[in-house]
Design a protein around this ligand. Sequence first.
Ligand SMILES: [Zn+2]
Length: 85
Amino acid sequence: MAPTSKVLIAPDAKLNIIEDYKVTEKKVVEVPDRIVGIVKCVNPKCITNNEEMTTKFEVINKTNIALRCEYCEKITDKLHLKLVE
Ligand SMILES: [Zn+2]
């Protein structure tokens, strides 16, 4: 069930779109207001890390990347950001 495309958040807070694990299109786009899936919640007790469910985040800082989990409200920042496998 691996997704065919992943979005990486680059240090400059732009997104590179990676498809099939190869860079097929290196396009700079705006960071969205919400990120659904893709990123794991930093909180190990978060329901999204314990149940098979899709993560949802509100992007509260687009420059330095801070994502607030819509389930547990913990902030996942750039340093702790992990992609869903
Ligand atoms: Zn969470």
